[in-house]
Each structure stands twice: as C-alpha cells, then as structure tokens.
Write a protein that binds this ligand. Sequence first.
Ligand code: HEC
Ligand code: HEC
Ligand code: HEC
Ligand code: HEC
Ligand code: HEC
Ligand code: HEC
Length: 281
Amino acid sequence: MIKPVVRGIRHRYFHQATSLLRGRTMKKSSILTTAIILILTMSIIAGASGTTKPSEYGTIVINNFSQKAGLTPVVFDHWLHRAKFTCRLCHVDMLFSMRAGDTKVSAQDNMDGLFCGSCHNGNMAFDSCSKDMSDMKKCDVCHSKGKSVKKKYVFETFTAKFPKAQFGNNIDWEKAASQGLVKLVDYVEGISLERPERRMVADFTIKPKGHDVNEIIFSHKKHARWNGCEVCHPEIFAGGKKGKMKYTMDDIRKKQFCGVCHTTIAFPLEACDRCHSKKVK
Ligand code: HEC
Ligand code: HEC
Ligand code: HEC
Ligand code: HEC
Ligand code: HEC
Ligand code: HEC
C-alpha cells in the first residue's frame, strides 16, 4: 500500500515530469519520450526521501565518536549555517567533507579551533567541546539527537520571510540571496586564504543527450555566490571545457556531478523545472 502522503507527492512529480514537455505537440515520438521520462522520474524519486520535513532537509547527524564516548550524537543543520556562510568557507577553507560522516571531527579538533571549533570558540559563536563534563547543558545544543533542546534558532521563525519554493527546505535560496535576505560570510580571519578575483563565466545551456526534454541553464554567477570556484573545480567538474564531461540523470541521482549538492542540500532533483528550464522549440 502506498501511503496517501506518498501518493500525493508522486502525483506532483508526475505533473512536473509531463510539464517538462508541455507546450509541444504530442507527436508519437514525444509520447514515447514522455513514457521514458515518467519512468525516469519514478526512478529519480524512488531514491529520494519525499517525506523529509523542510526543516530537516540538509540536516546531518554526526556520530563517529559521540555514542562511543557516552554522549548524544551531534545534529548539524545546513539551513541555519548556509544562511550565514558560503558552502565554500566550510567545505574548502575548513576542510569539511561533502559526504556525511566522512570528516571524523574529534572533540580535540574542536578544542584546537578546527572544524566546528573554527567558529564555535566562544568568540564568533558559542563554545564547542570540552574535557569538562560537569555542565552538560552547554553540550546539548550540538549533542542533541533525539533530545528536545531549547534552541535560539527555530526553522519556521528564522525562514518565515524567505521566498518559498517547492521541495527541499521549501525555500528559494537563490532568491533569498539575490534579495539580500541572506548575507553570506566567505572569509574567516586566520583560516581563509586571500583569493584572487576570478573572471565570471557566462551562463550556458546543457542539452540533455538523446532526449527531447527542456535544456538546462547552468549559471556560474548563481553558483559562485555560494560555492566560489573551488567547491566544483577540480573535484566535481574536472573537465574544464563545457560538454567535456559525460554524465546522465542517473549519475546525478547517485550523488555525482550536480547531484553532489542537488540531492541533499541545494534544491533536490524532484524540482525538474528549475534545472530543465529552457524550452526546446
Ligand atoms: C558546536 C557544537 C558542539 C558543542 C557545543 C559540543 N560538541 Fe562535542 N562534538 C561536536 C562534534 C561535531 C563532535 C564529533 C561527533 C561524532 O563524530 O560523534 C563532538 C564530539 C565530542 C566527543 C567525542 C569525541 C572525542 O573526540 O572524544 C566528546 C567527548 C565531546 N564532543 C564532548 C563535548 C562536551 C563535554 C561538550 C560540552 C561542554 C561538547 N562536546 C559540546 C560538536 C560539539
Ligand atoms: C558551517 C559550515 C557549513 C556550511 C556553511 C555548509 N556546509 Fe555542507 N556540511 C557541513 C558539515 C559539518 C557536513 C557534514 C560533514 C561530515 O559529516 O563529515 C556537511 C555535509 C555536506 C554534504 C554531504 C551531505 C550528505 O548527506 O552526505 C553536502 C553535499 C554539503 N554539505 C553541501 C553544502 C552546500 C551545497 C552548502 C552551501 C549551500 C553547504 N554544504 C554549506 C558544513 C557546512
Ligand atoms: C563558519 C562558522 C561555523 C561553523 C564552522 C559551524 N558553526 Fe554552528 N553556528 C555558527 C554561528 C555563527 C551560529 C549562530 C550562533 C548564535 O547566534 O548564537 C551557529 C549556530 C549553531 C547551532 C544553533 C544553536 C541554536 O541555539 O539554535 C548549532 C546546533 C550549531 N551551530 C552546531 C554546529 C556544529 C555541530 C558544527 C560543526 C559540525 C558547526 N555548528 C559549525 C557558526 C558556525
Ligand atoms: C556548481 C559548480 C560550479 C562552480 C561553483 C563553478 N563552476 Fe565552472 N563549471 C561548472 C560546470 C558544470 C562546467 C561545465 C563543465 C563540463 O560540462 O564538463 C564549468 C565550466 C567552467 C569553465 C569552462 C567554460 C567553457 O566555456 O568551456 C571555466 C573557465 C570555469 N568553469 C570557471 C569557473 C570559475 C572561474 C568559477 C568561480 C567563479 C567556477 N567555474 C565555479 C561548474 C561550476
Ligand atoms: C540539478 C539539476 C537537474 C534537475 C533538478 C533535474 N535534472 Fe535532468 N538533467 C540534468 C543535467 C545536467 C542533465 C544532462 C546530462 C547530459 O546529458 O549531459 C540532465 C538530463 C536529463 C535527461 C536526459 C537523459 C539522461 O538520463 O541524462 C532527462 C530525460 C532528464 N534529465 C529528466 C529529468 C526529470 C524528469 C527531472 C525531475 C524528476 C530532472 N531531470 C531533474 C540536470 C537536472
Ligand atoms: C557544489 C554544490 C552544487 C553543485 C555541484 C551544483 N549546484 Fe546548482 N546550486 C547549488 C546551490 C547551493 C544553489 C542555490 C539554490 C539552492 O540551494 O537551492 C544552486 C542553484 C542552482 C540553480 C538555480 C535555480 C534558480 O532558481 O535560480 C540551478 C538551475 C542549478 N543550481 C543547476 C545545477 C546544475 C545543472 C548543476 C550541474 C551541472 C549544478 N546545479 C551543480 C549548488 C550546487
């Protein structure tokens, strides 16, 4: 049995998938394409967790050491941190991995001013780990998995004025940034290196190979605001020249290429139209 909520979501995906083809006459070939796309859509969403709450999209539980040390696992929210800092700052300068659980942050690292401790040092933000376990209340704000901890930031209040979008956090982060509702810090003294100004690359379209679907408009300008250049080059997109790297929707679904971010943190794959936005005549 499909639960009603899931069925509702499925219906929306269906609608979205067919809308990729809207505006074109249904020739035999495009009926076939529609069928292929619907199948593809189902396979894209099969791996997606359509029931993740907007406040929990991008939330990472870190538990390499906590439980072993008798502490509650740590909960890290992207929605709050990405509203204050660039992805680049954490994922390049502060060396956080883009795979959950991969970084292996220790309490000592944090006390030495690395990782969370780069900011959570009692100066830029409240302090992180300590050898002193006498007042665990101070620890609960991070070591919070499954606990009801009173926090300063509540998702619904914090994001109330942000422009909305479907899926993921239900927030149009792109608009929020261009409207100045989020102001991203990209540099932390003593940690970040001065970087040279880079020349911006013009937007370009990516034509999906072998399928009659809308083209994708890729904007360097929109991405660089969050990611600088170094989050994507050379690790995620090594090719340099556009069109050099070959990948498909299935690779993206498997968290590669665009899927590194657009499955877990940036708006997810269900939002077909936001990528496939250029109508093919
Ligand atoms: C800013 C967030 C934050 C706060 C606040 C915080 N921690 Fe941690 N702590 C972490 C993270 C992240 C880890 C790594 C979690 C893991 O992999 O299990 C960690 C891990 C630990 C570990 C296990 C790892 C090790 O290397 O021994 C201990 C013990 C620990 N913290 C103690 C504390 C104590 C005691 C407090 C309160 C005084 C505290 N922490 C407050 C973020 C925090
Ligand atoms: C304040 C620091 C910080 C900021 C800002 C930040 N991240 Fe993260 N990110 C983390 C941490 C911490 C993890 C977990 C790493 C670990 O567990 O080893 C993480 C994990 C990830 C992952 C892996 C998710 C998964 O489920 O495997 C991705 C992808 C990611 N971040 C993308 C982004 C993007 C895109 C942005 C900007 C929109 C961003 N991050 C902003 C700290 C940050
Ligand atoms: C780039 C700086 C930076 C890094 C890195 C960072 N944080 Fe934060 N974090 C902040 C700031 C700033 C705040 C807001 C603090 C405030 O307003 O009191 C915050 C807030 C939080 C809060 C919300 C507390 C509340 O009461 O709502 C939690 C939980 C938290 N961070 C956990 C973490 C964990 C866990 C890590 C590491 C995995 C981490 N942070 C890494 C800067 C950072
Ligand atoms: C979100 C990821 C992302 C970010 C961030 C990013 N790029 Fe790219 N870049 C791409 C992709 C995707 C391509 C096309 C590569 C392909 O198709 O193989 C590309 C291609 C390029 C190309 C080749 C363009 C051409 O016409 O062949 C240059 C030059 C480039 N990027 C420079 C930059 C610079 C400079 C920055 C920082 C301002 C930057 N990129 C930030 C994803 C990114
Ligand atoms: C994050 C951006 C993004 C989202 C969201 C997205 N796509 Fe794609 N899609 C791409 C890119 C990039 C390609 C091009 C790969 C290539 O051919 O170079 C692509 C290719 C395709 C193709 C061509 C065949 C293939 O497998 O590569 C189809 C069909 C397709 N997408 C359908 C969809 C549908 C249906 C959805 C929504 C369920 C969707 N896409 C969501 C970026 C996206
Ligand atoms: C390093 C992480 C990362 C990678 C890789 C990445 N993106 Fe994004 N992308 C983002 C973030 C962050 C945003 C801001 C919106 C959000 O977070 O929901 C964004 C925004 C966009 C937007 C703007 C949507 C709008 O409404 O203006 C499009 C389109 C897009 N991405 C397509 C792509 C495509 C296509 C690829 C692969 C070629 C790709 N992205 C790769 C992180 C990434």
